[in-house]
Structures are given as C-alpha cells and as structure tokens.
Write a protein that binds this ligand. Structure first.
Ligand SMILES: C[S@@+](CC[C@H](N)C(=O)[O-])C[C@H]1O[C@@H](n2cnc3c(N)ncnc32)[C@H](O)[C@@H]1O
Length: 211
C-alpha cells in the first residue's frame, strides 16, 4: 500500500457517514456480507469479535445465541450499532466498544471467530490490525475478511487501482492494498477467497490460525 490512510480523518469521515451509511455504502456492500455469512460456523454460543462494525450492518446475520463483541473507532457508528441491536431478539448478546483495531484490548486466543467487513483498507497500518486479529482469535479459530484486494502486480487493473487510490482515500478506503498478501505475511492461514459484489470487486477471504 503506497497511499497513506490518516486515522483521525477516517474517524471523522465515518462519523459523518454514520446516519446515512446504511443507505449508501451499506446497500452497495450488502451482497458480499450476505454471502460471507454463509461461510460462518453457525454453532450457537460462540464468542465472536467484529472489528470496524460500523452501524451494525451485519448484526442480524449472526447465528442465534452469538456472544458478539463489536468495536469501531467511531463512537457515532457504535451508537448506530447499539440502536440496531436494541431491535433484535435472537437470543444473542451484544457488547459494543469504541476501540482502535490496531490496539485490541482483549487477551490472546480469546475469540472463536473474528470478522472484518470492509475495514482493512480503511486503516493506517493493515499489518498491525491483521496481527491483532491473529493474536485474539483462538488457535483453529475462524477469520473472515470481506474486502476489496488489489489485483496482482503486472495487470492493468492493479495499475488503475494504484492511480485511483488517492481519490478513494478521500471518500474512505484505499484501493492499492493487497489484503490477501498482508494476511499471509502476518501468518494467517488463508485457505479461500471467494469473489463478491458488483463486478466481482470484493473478496470473502477465509483464514484460520494454526492450532
Ligand atoms: C467501510 S466501513 C465498514 C463498516 C461495516 N463493517 C460494513 O460492513 O459496512 C469501515 C468502518 O471501519 C471503521 N474503522 C476505520 N478505522 C478503524 C480502526 N482503526 N479501528 C476500528 N474501526 C475502524 C470505520 O469507523 C467504519 O465504521
């Protein structure tokens, strides 16, 4: 990733988006979310962490009796997620906290699964965030990242993604980050990447932590 993401700019931007996020980005990115949740282990009573939970666009997709912890750097987003959770009645518990995904305040090996939907390309240090995800998930636990990932080197699309990255960063995400590569570099065992969203621009990336 060559295009720098400024965390305080992102925090302010997503707070500004929070009241109408669901109607714009929320709807556009919904096919990826919907499809991704088919791959989530449906066992009840799992302790799951979702980083960058935004206004809670995924909440109703969790299996009943999930113990969900949702974090986001934007308190306005967390408030929206809390409002949404208050309307749900699937036996799950929800704990929302304002927190930076690069400094997760949880012990090692704490969660059965960690989910990240469209977050890795919005953070300043994606490697640090991925290392944190790997640290807090249990050995053998499920890691699911839904995101755009830069096309491989050498292709025209990758070059276009590099060119448009500075513009995209202004609206909230970068396009020049090879997310799958970062996940592998920090030691995640990436076992599958499924195409999703408009023109197959997204990937549902499934990984585990070695037992
Ligand atoms: C593109 S939105 C995705 C929201 C939601 N996950 C979804 O499925 O649409 C990115 C979210 O990540 C949050 N975010 C950005 N940087 C973060 C960080 N360092 N730590 C935690 N959350 C962060 C933003 O506030 C925003 O809610």
């Amino acid at each position: 990733m060559k295009c720098r993401v400024n965390p305080s700019y992102m925090e302010q931007l997503y707070s500004f988006y929070s009241p109408f996020y669901d109607w714009v980005f929320g709807k556009l990115l919904e096919p990826g979310r919907r499809r991704a949740f088919h791959y989530l282990d449906r066992r009840p009573h799992q302790r799951i962490l979702e980083i960058g939970i935004g206004p809670g666009s995924t909440l109703e997709k969790y299996p009943p009796y999930t113990n969900l912890v949702g974090i986001d750097i934007s308190s306005a987003m967390i408030e929206e997620a809390q409002k949404k959770a208050a309307q749900l009645n699937g036996g799950s518990t929800f704990d929302f906290q304002v927190m930076d995904a690069a400094n997760l305040e949880f012990p090692d090996n704490h969660f059965d699964a960690v989910i990240s939907a469209y977050v890795i390309t919005t953070v300043q240090d994606p490697r640090k965030v991925c290392r944190e995800i790997l640290r807090v998930v249990k050995p053998g636990g499920q890691i699911m990242v839904i995101n755009h990932t830069r096309s491989p080197n050498g292709g025209l699309l990758g070059k276009i993604e590099d060119i448009v990255a500075p513009v995209c960063v202004r609206i909230g995400f970068t396009t020049d980050l090879d997310v799958i590569r970062v996940m592998r570099e920090v030691g995640m065992n990436v076992n599958r990447a499924v195409k999703c969203n408009l023109m197959n621009t997204g990937r549902i990336i499934m990984a585990t932590k070695e037992s």
